[in-house]
Design a protein around this ligand. Structure first.
Ligand code: BGC
Length: 246
C-alpha cells in the first residue's frame, strides 16, 4: 500500500510518496517554499502543484501546523491568520480534486514514530516534540494518539515553550548547544511535571544533530532522538490517509 504525505511547515511545503509497509519514501521528496503570506489559497495551490507530481489515485494526508478539529484548523501560529477556523479539509479537497485527510503536523510525526520509528512497540506514555519553527507535540499511550495537544504553547516561566526552545529560537538568538539544551530541559521538565511520560522523543530536522544536545539534557524521563527526523510528518500523514481509505 502506498499513499501521499504532505507536510505544511512555516518555511516549506514538502510531499512524498510513502510505502506503508516500510514507512520509507518511494522516490524523491518534493519541496516548495511556503508561500508568503501563507494564506489558504496560496498554500492549497502550492500543495496542488506538489501533489500533481504523484499518481492521482492514491490517498493524500496533509500535516498542518495547527490543531485540526473535524477538518477545521483552529489556530495559525506560523501561517496566515486566515487559517483560524478555516475548513482545511474542504479547501485542500477542493483544490486537489479529491478527498484528503488533514491532521496536526506533530500528531502526524507522532503516528509515524509509533508505526515505524523510535516509539514503535513502546507500551507507555510517549511525548513527541517536533523542534522547528515552533514546537509541536504528540502524546501517545500504548500507541494510541491523543490528538491536538499544543505543548509548544505551554508557558514556561511566563514565555511559551516554543518561544524559548524551538530550533528557530536557537538560530535567531545564536544560542550555544549548552544554552539551548538548558532551555529545552526546562520545557521538558515543565511537561514532565504535568504528564510524567515514560519516554520523550525529540524530532524535527535538528534531531539529526541529537548527539550535540540530547546528552546535555538533565531531566527525569528517558529522552531519545526521534528516528524519522523531518520525514516523520510526511510518513504519518500518509499513514493516516491510507487508514482512512482502507
Ligand atoms: C502550532 C502547532 C504545531 C507546531 C509545530 C505550533 O506553533 O500551534 O499546532 O504542531 O507549531 O509546527
Amino acid at each position: 500500500m502506498q499513499a501521499i504525505g504532505v507536510d505544511v511547515g512555516g518555511s516549506g511545503v514538502k510531499a512524498a510518496l510513502v510505502d506503508l509497509g516500510s514507512g520509507e519514501f518511494v522516490g524523491e521528496r518534493l519541496r516548495v517554499d511556503t508561500p508568503q503570506p501563507a494564506t489558504p489559497d496560496a498554500v492549497v495551490s502550492a500543495t496542488r502543484q506538489l501533489v500533481a507530481g504523484f499518481p492521482d489515485h492514491l490517498p493524500v494526508g496533509i500535516g498542518f501546523p495547527a490543531p485540526v478539529v473535524d477538518g477545521i484548523t483552529t489556530t495559525a501560529a506560523h501561517v496566515d491568520a486566515a487559517w483560524v477556523d478555516a475548513p482545511a479539509r474542504r479547501l485542500f479537497g477542493q483544490g486537489l480534486g479529491r478527498d484528503v485527510v488533514v491532521l496536526n503536523d506533530a500528531d502526524a510525526a507522532g503516528l509515524a514514530e509509533s508505526h515505524f520509528g523510535a516509539a514503535a512497540g513502546e507500551p507507555g506514555v510517549v511525548v513527541v516534540l517536533t523542534l522547528g519553527t515552533g514546537i509541536g507535540s504528540a502524546i501517545l499511550s500504548g500507541g494510541v494518539l491523543v490528538p491536538n495537544t499544543e505543548l509548544g504553547h505551554l508557558p514556561v516561566r511566563g514565555v511559551a515553550a516554543e518561544e524559548r526552545a524551538s530550533a528557530r529560537i536557537r538560530k535567531e538568538q545564536g544560542l550555544s548547544w549548552e544554552q539551548w539544551a538548558e532551555a529545552l530541559g526546562e520545557v521538558i521538565a515543565a511537561i514532565d511535571a504535568l504528564l510524567w511520560p515514560d519516554l520523550v522523543l525529540l524530532g524535527g530536522g535538528v534531531s539529526r544533530k541529537a548527539e550535540k544536545f540530547v546528552p546535555l539534557l538533565d531531566v527525569r524521563p528517558r529522552v531519545r532522538a526521534a528516528a524519522l527526523q523531518n520525514r516523520a510528518g510526511i510518513v504519518g500523514a500518509a499513514a493516516l490517509a491510507a487508514e482512512a481509505a482502507a
